[in-house]
Design a protein around this ligand. Sequence first.
Ligand code: ZN
Length: 405
Amino acid sequence: MSQNKQLFSQIKLMKFILISLFFIVFNSSYTLAAPEVTSVRFGGDQNKTRFVIEVNGNSAFRTFTLANPNRIVIDLDEVTWNIGPGGATGKGLVNNYRYGLYTPGTSRVVLDLKSPSKISNSFVIKGKGGKPNRLVFDFEKISQAVCTTLVSKPAVQAKAVASTRRPSNVPRSGKKIIVIDPGHGGHDPGNLGGVKVNGISEKNVTISASRNIKKILEASGRYKVIMTRDRDIFLKLRERSNVAHRNNADLFISIHADAFKSPSVRGATIYTLTERASDREAAMLAARENKSDVIAGVDLQDEPDIVQNILIDLVKQETMNLSNRFAKELASELKKSVRVRKRSLRSAGFAVLKGIDVPSVLIELGYLTNPTDAKLLMQKETHDKIGNAILKATDKYFQQNFAYN
Ligand SMILES: [Zn+2]
């Protein structure tokens, strides 16, 4: 009996030690969390501007400049952000700024410049008495010619899309593979049209809607869903379509939300890829969405236009036909449960849809500049409606294709 008691108290002691260890490990990993940016400030004028990042903890940084359009890029060791959504500053030499996770381990701030500028000085002022460290960057206006020579050629060269597609005669598991691509992410917030309406940027809407779509598609048991991103991180447009290509996907769906100057415009639109846009609005939208890499401080010198042109040729007519077939099913299903635009099917030259031999569509779920859409697009109920419409359209699309084969 007493032996049992001893054993019991030993177990209790072990439990205590284990729980304590857990908390020690948990807490130390907590304190080792990424440093936090608590504020950013701008000062100065049209010739000299100072940009200050306040950060709790140490984060090494690297800077570089990009031309066409003129930008200054600051890469930090991964940090968390506790500041506003970014956007227009209109201060000194800087027009806009944005920030976010660029790659795991690296956070990025991109500043759009009013005039070509260089970083004339950068240094750290250590915070005393628990105050945050200040990373200070001084920008100085220079001529465009000097700016262009400062911009160094990137080391990374454009790579052709590797042909890793599985031959079609290889038997596949029963499930169709759907790639869901939550638009934007990291220091590319997407459109900020909703920030004034409800404080939400496009990248937040796209990720939460996409997670729900994945859940609904997978719950059917018929589909395996791969997300191009499942956290707030940046991905180049090319990397997104490569996910579909690499995984030999059956469908690629890119999720976005639009913004418009008139707040009364609302409703969803489905876009497919064409070389010539279906209308002016579609062309303008594609131009905006295609800016994602520029916004993110990716140097497009390593992505020459010629590559883009070769890639569009790779998209066979058959893939385009299948994309249109899916888009039609989707439009008729979406219409039943959420508001769609009058012309719900449009097409334009979306970079994210180029270069993949996978039927693909881009959905603009609604307008963040419209108060009703902005509100609905943050509700799970709406995400469920969208997810169920996509599921029905996907089912019909595959049934139809199966019947043709
Ligand atoms: Zn977008």
